[in-house]
Each structure stands twice: as structure tokens, then as C-alpha cells.
Design a protein around this ligand. Structure first.
Ligand code: AMP
Length: 419
């Protein structure tokens, strides 16, 4: 009997797996430099957290959650997204009583029972950042700039930014009603008609061409913003421009989670086919109260690690191996192995990355392993070298080989590897 990774999941395998680490690091680095601190929450939560926080009518909650019963009979759900958990933790630990905003970042696995396809998985990985407890357009702009900086630091050139405002609890109801009026007059199927009554904004997100064609003249949220929301949005736009970011206003950008208010944004990459969103986020001023907390106006984003790697691939940025070792040690014989073993440890402690030949496959096999490892140098120790207290240092690119005294090899290699 053999097993395979479940449908919609995949394994990060070397050497490509190194890119997942690099992307995770690069996407979180700008936020860390901006004072965001690390938070780690459980991979599963009380189901109610997501149904209340993310929203009953969203695809995520209605169709995509991995929900199970604990042995004690509690309904638990594998987290489909990160924000609700972070807000839950901030409320539970009373962080809102201290300095605001609370700035947090995280990274981990998320689970959605989606139709599996290229770039859309049932188990995927995100880096997220949230700034809680402040209503300040500069905070929305800061987060957007930090995400853009993350993509740019990876060398990505074709990431586009879409921007919108969804209004607030003052102006959204009137817009919602106007949109419902418009949508009720269209030729739509029953499921979509139901959606008009529960969550009309989500209809704007319908990808089907026959639906999109009917939406051309739909009322736009940006035409219905109250004075405060309009001013807030203009301030965010101005700050982004002042930071040198270009963006496209997209009044139909609603995103698939119910908790968003005011600023919403999405980063797209055009080399990814249908699943073009590499990240997104927005402001969620009401979420804390929705899950039983105090008023806590907040903004955040989640960036997809898997899709960012795919975007890099589409731009040809993965052509080179992300990482390889510097030195491959090859002992010829048992005595040589006993001598080279502590030397390998010493080199590693000196900051050199070193692997060695294991399994006694003979010189030929060992040289092959050295080539495959991507190392710049092979360190070969034979019987005659042992007598001479020396080791052969072979440049694997040029084939050039020199004997170096064992006592000097650490210093020699360190010097060669820094040039
Ligand atoms: P969302 O929480 O849906 O706004 O997702 C934020 C980002 O996570 C998206 O822009 C994607 O890059 C990534 N993402 C979301 N769902 C998936 C999925 N099923 N598979 C891979 N990446 C995903």
C-alpha cells in the first residue's frame, strides 16, 4: 500500500522548498522592521470564531471549512485565515489595554476546502500582519507599503495593487440598499438571487462573464461613501502616492470576507492565470465587536507564500538554486573519516556550510555527490594526506586542486569563501 499527499495539498521538496523559506522571510521582514511583533496562534479554533468573524454567508464559512468535533463534543475548525485568530488572542490576553496600535505579524498554514487547481490549494501558507486599535489612514498606507516592499525585495516586477474603500457602518447600509435594488432587476440564478439578500457586495465579485456583463452599470461604493470615509480614503491614496506606489482604483473590489470596512486592497500578479491574487487585506473596524471584544479599529493583510513562489517562477526568478553548501568533504578510508569528521564540525562552527560523503560509496560516488551538492569546493583526505598532515582542496568548477595543511584549512576556506 502506498500513500499520496491528499488532494489539494503538495509537498515542498528540495531544492525548491528553500524558496518557500526565503519568501516567508522576505514578506515578513519589512513588517518586522516596522515594529510588528511575532504572534503564533493555534491551527484550529472554536468554529464559532470563524462563522461569526469571517461571516456565515461567505464561501469560506459556508463551503470551505474543515470542521470536526473534539472528543469533548466541541466544534473545532482548522483555521481558514489568520485575522480572526489574532483578534481573538488580542481580546483574550487584554492587549488592547496597553499601547495602541498593537502591531503583530504571523506565518503559517491555512486550510480551505477549495476546488483544487493551479495556485489554489486546500492547505496553503500565508504571512500576515495586523495593526489593531487605531483608526489612522497612515496605518493602512503603512501596511500596503510594507507588503509592496516585501514583493519588491524578492525581485518581483509585475505585482499590481488594486485599491478600494467599502465604507463604514454609517454609509454602507444606504449603498447596500441601492445595490440590492439594482441587482434585483438583473437576470440571475436562484443562488445569486439569495446572495443579493444576504451579502449583495459579494455579487460584484462574481467571476462569470454573463454576470459581469450585467454589472457594468452597478452603483459603485465609492460614489456612496460618507464624508468621513471619503476623506479617509483620499488620505490613504495620497500617502500611497507620496510613498511612490502606483495603484488602480477598483470600486468593485470587495474581497471574500465579511469583516472588511473602508480600505480594501489586493495585490495581483498577471503571470498566474486565474488565481492571480498574491495577497490582500483591508480595514476591519467591526471585527473585534463581532466576536465579543471591545471596539478595536484595525487593518491588516495576508500574503500567499505559495503563490508568491509561483509568481517568482513566472518571472524567471527561480532559475538559480536558492541555496547550496560551500564544501563537500570526502574521506578516503576509515582513518581519514575519523580525522575529517571533527574538521567538518569545526568548519561548520566557523560558519562554513559543509556536507560530507556518507555510506562508503567509494571515491567515484563521493565525487558525484559533491557535484550534485552544488558545493564550490571538495575537501579530499587520503592516506598520504594523513601522513603529510594535509588535505586536498579541489575547486569543483575549475578542477584545480591544491594541498593545504590541515592546521590551516579552516582559515583558508573562510578566506576563499568570502572572496
Ligand atoms: P485571503 O485570505 O483569501 O484574502 O487570501 C490572502 C492570500 O492568500 C491570497 O491573495 C492568496 O495569495 C493566498 N491564498 C488564499 N487562498 C489560497 C489557496 N486556497 N491556495 C493558495 N493560496 C491561497
Amino acid at each position: 500500500m502506498s500513500f499520496q499527499a491528499p488532494k489539494g495539498t503538495f509537498d515542498w521538496m528540495p531544492p525548491r522548498s528553500e524558496w518557500a523559506l526565503i519568501v516567508r522571510d522576505a514578506l515578513s521582514a519589512p513588517a518586522r522592521r516596522a515594529g510588528y511583533e511575532y504572534i503564533e496562534t493555534p491551527a484550529f479554533e472554536d468554529t464559532g470564531l470563524f462563522s461569526r468573524g469571517v461571516g456565515e454567508s461567505t464561501d469560506i464559512v459556508s463551503k470551505e471549512m474543515y470542521t470536526f468535533q473534539s472528543r469533548g463534543g466541541q466544534s473545532l475548525t482548522l483555521r481558514p485565515e489568520g485575522t480572526a485568530s489574532v483578534v481573538r488572542a488580542v481580546i483574550e490576553h487584554g492587549l488592547y489595554g496597553g499601547a495602541l496600535p498593537i502591531k503583530l505579524w504571523y506565518s503559517g498554514s491555512y486550510f480551505r476546502y477549495e476546488k483544487a487547481q493551479a495556485g489554489r490549494y486546500r492547505h496553503f501558507s500565508q504571512v500576515g500582519a495586523e495593526a489593531l486599535g487605531a483608526e489612522d489612514p497612515a496605518l493602512d498606507a503603512e501596511l500596503i507599503v510594507l507588503a509592496a516592499d516585501g514583493y519588491a525585495s524578492l525581485g518581483l516586477k509585475n505585482v499590481r495593487l488594486l485599491l478600494n474603500s467599502l465604507g463604514c457602518k454609517e454609509c454602507r447600509p444606504a449603498y447596500r440598499a441601492a445595490l440590492q435594488d439594482f441587482l434585483r432587476g438583473l437576470d440571475l440564478d436562484d443562488a445569486t438571487r439569495q446572495r443579493i439578500e444576504i451579502n449583495p457586495l459579494r455579487v460584484l465579485d462574481d467571476k462569470r462573464p454573463e454576470v459581469q456583463a450585467q454589472l457594468v452599470n452597478a452603483p459603485l461604493v465609492t460614489d456612496h461613501l460618507c464624508g468621513a470615509c471619503k476623506a479617509y480614503h483620499e488620505e490613504v491614496r495620497g500617502l500611497l502616492t507620496s510613498a511612490g506606489l502606483t495603484y488602480t482604483d477598483d470600486p468593485k473590489l470587495v474581497r471574500g470576507l465579511d469583516y472588511y470596512t473602508r480600505t480594501t486592497f489586493e495585490f495581483l500578479h498577471d503571470g498566474l492565470g486565474a488565481q492571480s491574487a498574491v495577497g490582500g487585506g483591508g480595514r476591519y473596524d467591526g471585527l473585534s465587536e463581532m466576536i465579543g471584544g471591545p471596539p478595536l479599529p484595525s487593518v491588516g493583510w495576508a500574503l500567499g507564500v505559495d503563490r508568491t513562489v509561483l509568481a517568482m517562477e513566472a518571472e524567471g526568478l527561480l532559475a538559480e538554486r536558492a541555496r547550496h553548501i560551500d564544501v563537500f568533504a570526502i574521506p578516503l578510508g576509515e582513518e581519514a573519516k575519523r580525522r575529517i569528521f571533527p574538521l567538518v564540525g569545526k568548519l561548520r562552527r566557523a560558519g562554513v556550510s559543509v556536507d560530507m560523503a556518507f555510506g562508503g560509496r567509494g571515491v567515484k560516488g563521493a565525487m558525484k555527490a559533491a557535484d550534485r551538492s552544488g558545493a564550490r569546493y571538495a575537501l579530499i583526505l587520503g592516506e598520504r594526506d594523513l601522513e603529510a598532515e594535509a588535505v586536498q582542496l579541489k575547486d569543483l568548477a575549475s578542477g584545480e586542486q591544491t594541498a593545504v595543511p590541515l592546521a590551516e584549512i579552516v582559515a583558508t576556506l573562510k578566506e576563499k569563501l568570502t572572496t
